[in-house]
Design a protein around this ligand. Structure first.
Ligand code: IVH
Length: 667
């Protein structure tokens, strides 16, 4: 087999399926088949790193770390748009253009995506570099991260120019944003406030795996280069589609060509109402002159082009009555004040509640019960109170006071230093917190207990059958079948799900028990580093922080967890129930290496040097300290010194990789 050609074939095939799935939403193969192809490519690249490309579809899963984002000067300055907030301003803009241009003018209207601007350069169809806007003159190189965004092609198809830059907006689709927040809630991390800021934060993650996991998207809106094969904007966007980019389409009404101001207004009015139905957030409409020739005739001001303008939607604002403020307790114990309002129509929905965020917010607004308040739906999905019509306040109105005790369990609330949020510290028996912990435990990525959902957890808790996750393993058929709306089949299903969960690996159990700040990745690292729960429970602070990805905050949290007797009891009960509390070590022993002498040198990815040495002995081989004519094999890792390499070559000692070695021992 020609490895280079096979890698290229798989790369093309995967790129094609990726485009069909993410850009066209029209997949030809199942997710499973896609993963199989991807794994095949990953394996080949690992075995033949000389053929692995920087633009391989395997890069989509992330893993590249950027310690510091390099500053890069833009080849074409990245300007902004002049904003307008009224239709009159748009009319004036149109009239100005009409006056200075004799011929009829065509306009293209687009959505103004609310995200982060990005400029991506392609050379001979290959993605070379992606740079943020920065100050417009220079931005930051975020290439590794951008490569993980699935709708951005790594390799173009069709008839593309050799050298150009394409610009667009990277944004957080609402669904991905909500999914990310759900995960953050379960991990005890603070939720993101709005899609725009978190898209921007995500794009600056040092670990591109984080970016890959969040599901960002990108729509493109402009092409820059010399000798481009089109002479107007609409055509540029349509051509970009042929090369593999995700662009706005006329059928979706995301882009629209018109030769009149009336046409522009129609587009504005249409999206002012419909924007709530979009799968992403927009903050306005952009209108551009279509013809490149007219664009260059109109030119630029210091900051923005004269040939384009943004119409910003007014944040929709209504006035209504604040009837009551209630306090919600989240799964992590965070207290959120909620304004209960007299129902009012806003942005296509009826609003009865608005978030008040925290105590400072209430204080700042100087809220009184019965106040007439202004409510807005702005960048944030949940409406918020932005002000009070104080002129309408009754003299006897009572000021809104923040609560001192938890409304669910009456425990005194705390506010940690430097934090704005109040918390209920009673994580053991405060109902929403307990239920939240159980829901986290049974979730798909944790113990994956089939047949058990939030509603059943609620029932089990309210009946007093389950007060913590260990109680799940004591449930009997008779107890479960007694629950409302529970049929025999679902009861059996639920109990089977609980029994099956005993096979779930240690790392996932560790994630499932819900130690603060121990998310999926951290749990993996802890399991790998300490192998079993006893070792983890006894780990010293220094040992904890010595593990990859474990910082001081996590180390403290782990130690605190095991200092609490109730937690220790819980773990003991789970151990008795038969859950996995140690890493399953595969014993890799054979006689395959009998009589062979090995030298291990360099850094490896699957095993540490010491682990390799143990494996050599377990399989009948012998470790020798230095390379001599008696050495049979050198297992060479990354950074092996050139002197050793030369010596081995001179003596005719076979140099093998870690993967070759794994094959030798028959794994
Ligand atoms: S065109 C020369 N089109 O809005 C200006 N910009 O202030 C080129 N934006 O930073 C920009 N959607 O990130 C253009 N359809 C669209 C847009 C758009 C969002 C952003 C862009 C820029 C800001 C302009």
């Amino acid at each position: 087999m020609n490895i280079g050609a096979e890698i290229q074939r798989l790369t093309d095939e995967l790129n094609r399926h990726n485009h069909l799935y993410y850009v066209e939403s029209n997949p030809e193969i199942s997710d499973y088949d896609f993963d199989q192809l991807l794994q095949k490519l990953q394996q080949l690249e690992k075995e033949h790193p000389e053929f692995a490309s920087d633009l391989s579809p395997t890069k989509r899963v992330g893993g590249d770390i950027t310690k510091k984002f390099e500053t890069v000067k833009h080849r074409f300055p990245m300007l902004s748009l002049s904003n307008s907030y009224s239709e009159e301003e748009i009319i004036e803009w149109g009239n100005r253009i009409k006056k200075s241009i004799e011929t009829p003018v065509e306009y293209v209207c687009e959505l103004k995506y609310d995200g982060v601007a990005i400029g991506i350069s392609y050379l001979n169809g290959k993605l070379m570099r992606a740079v943020t806007r920065g100050d417009g003159v220079q931005g930051e190189d975020v290439t590794n991260n951008v490569k993980t965004i699935k709708t951005i092609p790594l390799q173009l198809k069709g008839d593309f120019p050799d050298d150009f830059e394409i610009r667009g907006e990277i944004f957080f689709p609402i669904k991905s944003f909500e999914k990310t927040n759900e995960e953050r809630r379960l991990n005890g991390e603070p939720e993101f406030a709005n899609p725009r800021n978190s898209a921007s934060g995500t794009l600056k993650s040092q670990d591109s795996k984080v970016v890959a996991s969040r599901g960002l998207d990108c729509l493109l809106y402009g092409i820059y280069g010399d000798d481009l094969p089109f002479d107007n904007h609409l055509e540029s966007v349509q051509k970009a589609k042929d090369w593999g980019f995700k662009v706005p389409t006329i059928t979706e009404k995301y882009i629209f060509k018109t030769d009149s101001i009336v046409g522009i207004m129609d587009f504005i009015h249409y999206w002012d109402i419909k924007r709530n139905e979009l799968p992403f957030e927009i903050d306005g409409i952009v209108i551009k002159v279509n013809s490149y020739e007219i664009q260059s005739e109109l030119g630029f001001t210091a900051k923005s082009p004269r040939w384009a303008i943004a119409y910003k939607f007014k944040a929709e604002r209504v006035e209504t009555i604040l009837e009551e403020v209630t306090f919600q307790v989240g799964r992590t114990g965070a207290i959120t004040p909620v304004a209960n309002l007299k129902a009012v129509h806003l942005g296509g929905t009826t609003v009865k509640r608005a978030s008040l965020h925290n105590a400072d917010q209430i204080e700042k607004l100087d809220l009184h019960i019965g106040d007439s308040v202004y409510v807005e739906k702005g960048g944030e999905i949940i409406p918020k109170i932005v002000g009070v019509n104080e002129g309408l306040r009754r003299s006897a109105a009572v000021k809104v006071e923040f609560i001192d005790v938890c409304p669910e369990c009456q425990t005194e609330l705390i506010r940690r230093e430097g934090e704005v949020q109040h918390f209920c510290p009673n994580e053991k028996t405060c109902p929403p917190q307990v239920k939240g912990k159980i829901e986290h435990f049974i979730a798909r990525k944790a113990m994956n207990i089939d047949g058990l959902g939030a509603e059943t957890v609620d029932l089990l808790f309210s009946k007093g059958l389950v007060k913590n996750v260990a109680d799940l393993y004591d449930l009997t058929f008779d107890q479960v079948i007694d629950l409302e709306r529970m049929a025999e089949k679902s009861a059996n299903n639920l109990l089977k799900g609980i029994v099956d969960s005993k096979q779930i690996s240690f790392e996932r159990v560790l994630f499932a028990v819900g130690i603060r700040f121990v998310g999926e990745t951290v749990a993996k690292q802890l399991a790998k580093g300490f192998k079993n729960i006893e070792a983890l429970a006894l780990a010293k602070f220094d040992e904890l922080v010595a593990v990859d990805e474990i910082g001081e905050k996590i180390a403290f949290s782990v130690q605190n967890y095991f200092l609490d007797e109730e937690n220790v009891n819980l773990i003991e009960r789970l151990q008795k129930a038969g859950l996995q509390f140690e890493v399953e070590e595969k014993v890799l022993s054979s006689e395959n290496l009998k009589g062979k002498n090995f030298v291990v040198s360099g850094v490896f990815s699957l095993f540490s040097r010491d682990e390799l040495k143990v494996l050599i002995e377990q399989n009948g081989g012998k470790n020798v300290g230095s390379i001599s004519s008696k050495t049979d094999y050198v297992i060479a890792g990354a950074n092996m010194g050139p002197a050793k390499l030369e010596k081995a070559t001179q003596l005719g000692v076979e140099i093998i990789s870690e993967d070759d070695f794994v094959r030798m021992i028959g794994q």
